[in-house]
Design a protein around this ligand. Structure first.
Ligand SMILES: Cc1cc2nc3c(=O)[nH]c(=O)nc-3n(C[C@H](O)[C@H](O)[C@H](O)COP(=O)(O)OP(=O)(O)OC[C@H]3O[C@@H](n4cnc5c(N)ncnc54)[C@H](O)[C@@H]3O)c2cc1C
Length: 481
């Protein structure tokens, strides 16, 4: 007879993904323990803007993120309405759906601290056991089947038996070693725009146990933040995000444009290119007309509100009556004056003469020259919110093996079997089969490759994959004799 602890579900990480998994598994009849590394639950979910959004159209999602995993993207797209309705039944306050036509998104917003508190409360009311300051250290795997976790608490470690484990530790953006291995040459170029606890513990434990990493490990989500010497707290990360970058001229410290600023569905693509510039730093240059425009067409937030916040936090914000004066003032900060002047005037000339395609780099959208004084240059620093790559999961949130070998557990049939046509079209052997690691699930930022370079909404991914993982884990522990 199996001890009940050997049939429980252990969820590691108490952000939106982990709490959704934990409450779902309890509702499905499992006994659940939630391990949270920090002194409180919430993670980056609690710091977020709270817009649980999805693309309005799946074709648009695929066009924006063609290299992401289509099956997992579909999982989120197809289940987001039901998942948000479920959230509303958990005493989470959700606003009515808003359609943001300009971005092709439909969003329902939560108040993140209220949502986290409501889910944690529901978890405890359903009999879940919450362990704070308890960090996943390693997975316990016997004969290829997950049997529990090693938990670090202060300087002690303890083994905890489980029938299934859900990894929801929030990605590896807080781990400079993993960042330099997979993401950027110099992690110091990136501000951490996230909770401080997500250091890749789920990714490391699972890959040590033979899990496959997903594609897209080198891509990530973030927004340029107000640059040093600006000082701000983790609670102000959203206010310090310079979301209007796609409208601006973005230059690096050498005074060069380095990207088509308008590329991608929002500023996260520009942010990744900014990170590759010297120091991960640069300036967004705008004029008064852009300053008085909404950050996103049709939305109320004006660029000047964001710039005002950056200025108040003591970010470099230069104001000048002419482009020449702006360049002169920036030269005092080390940006070559004549180079920058040429770059801005060439940009303005190309836009005015409808030759923006010939710019190097070209400017494909938001073609507006800077011509209404005064002019502004705002110092920006690249940041990382979460790593888009992570563990490879299937449509039931099961973590897949790195090697194609067969699963030791009959309870876990082969998944993601490639059809012969798939195998031919991507040129690998038709007999390659990835199977799941019995008893192991991942959700939220620990699950990789839904976003890939461009972005599809972190809260929606956390909610849907969390629900899926909790449901799958509860189903699986029921099969343990
Ligand atoms: C400023 C900001 C604004 C954002 N705005 C939005 C928005 O409006 N809309 C949107 O869709 N997305 C937004 N996001 C992104 C979104 O918040 C994340 O994608 C999402 O919250 C990730 O959820 P998660 O549960 O995977 O991770 P998290 O919420 O970060 O939870 C991970 C948890 O795991 C814990 N943990 C880490 N290691 C361990 C371990 N070893 N053992 C146990 N626990 C561990 C952490 O402490 C944390 O509590 C925003 C993010 C930020 C930072």
């Amino acid at each position: 007879m199996t001890d009940f602890l050997e049939k429980r579900v252990i969820v590691c990480g108490g952000g939106l993904a982990g709490l959704s998994a934990a409450v779902t598994a309890l509702e499905d009849g499992a006994c659940v323990t939630l391990m949270e590394k920090a002194p409180e639950v919430g993670g980056s979910s609690a710091l977020s803007g709270g817009a649980i959004w999805a693309f309005a159209d799946f074709e648009e999602l695929r066009a924006a993120i063609p290299d992401g995993d289509a099956m997992l993207q579909w999982l989120v797209y197809d289940n987001i309405d039901a998942a948000r309705d479920w959230l509303a039944t958990q005493n989470v306050t959700l606003a009515a759906e808003e359609l943001h036509a300009e971005q092709g998104r439909r969003a329902r917003s939560i108040n993140p601290p209220q949502a986290i508190a409501a889910l944690a409360d529901k978890f405890l009311k359903l009999g879940g056991q919450l362990r704070l300051e308890s960090a996943l250290d390693a997975l316990i795997v016997v004969d290829g089947i997950v049997k529990g976790v090693r938990i670090a608490h202060g300087s002690c470690t303890q083994d905890e038996a489980a029938g299934a484990v859900v990894l929801a530790t929030g990605g590896f953006q807080g781990n400079p070693e993993l960042l330099s291995r997979y993401v950027v040459r110099n992690p110091d170029n990136l501000y951490l725009r996230a909770n401080a606890w997500s250091t890749g513990d789920g990714f490391l434990a699972a890959t040590q146990a033979g899990a496959a990493a997903s594609p897209g490990l080198d891509t990530y989500y973030g927004h340029a933040l107000a640059a040093p010497p600006a000082r701000f707290s983790r609670l102000e990360l959203r206010d310090m995000s310079q979301y209007y970058g796609q409208q601006a001229i973005a230059v690096n410290l050498r005074g060069e444009r380095f990207a088509d600023e308008s590329d991608g569905t929002a500023e996260q693509v520009l942010n990744q290119r900014l990170a590759q510039q010297p120091g991960g730093r640069g300036f967004y240059i705008i004029d008064q007309e852009l300053m008085d425009s909404p950050v996103i067409k049709g939305r109320p937030l004006l660029t000047r509100v964001i710039v005002g916040r950056a200025q108040a936090a003591k970010a470099p914000v230069i104001v000048a009556a002419t482009i020449a004066e702006l360049c002169r003032k920036l030269s005092a900060m080390g940006v070559p004056e004549s180079k920058l002047f040429r770059e801005i005037t060439e940009f303005n000339r190309a836009i005015a003469s409808q030759q923006a395609d010939d710019l190097e780099p070209a400017r494909r959208r938001n073609r507006k020259s800077l011509c209404k004084p005064p002019y502004y240059a705002i110092g920006v620093q690249a940041s990382i919110t979460f790593t888009m790559g992570g563990l490879q999961i299937d449509e039931r949130a099961r973590v897949l093996r790195r090697s194609g070998g067969s699963s030791p557990s009959s309870a876990v049939p082969p998944s993601r079997a490639l059809t012969d046509a798939d195998a031919l079209s991507i040129g690998i052997g038709a007999d390659y089969r990835q199977t799941a690691i019995a008893g192991l699930y991942a959700a939220g930022c620990d699950a990789g490759n839904m976003s890939h370079f461009d972005y599809m909404g972190g809260l929606a991914v956390a909610l849907v994959t969390g629900r899926t993982a909790g449901n799958s884990a509860a189903d699986y522990v029921r099969t343990i004799p």
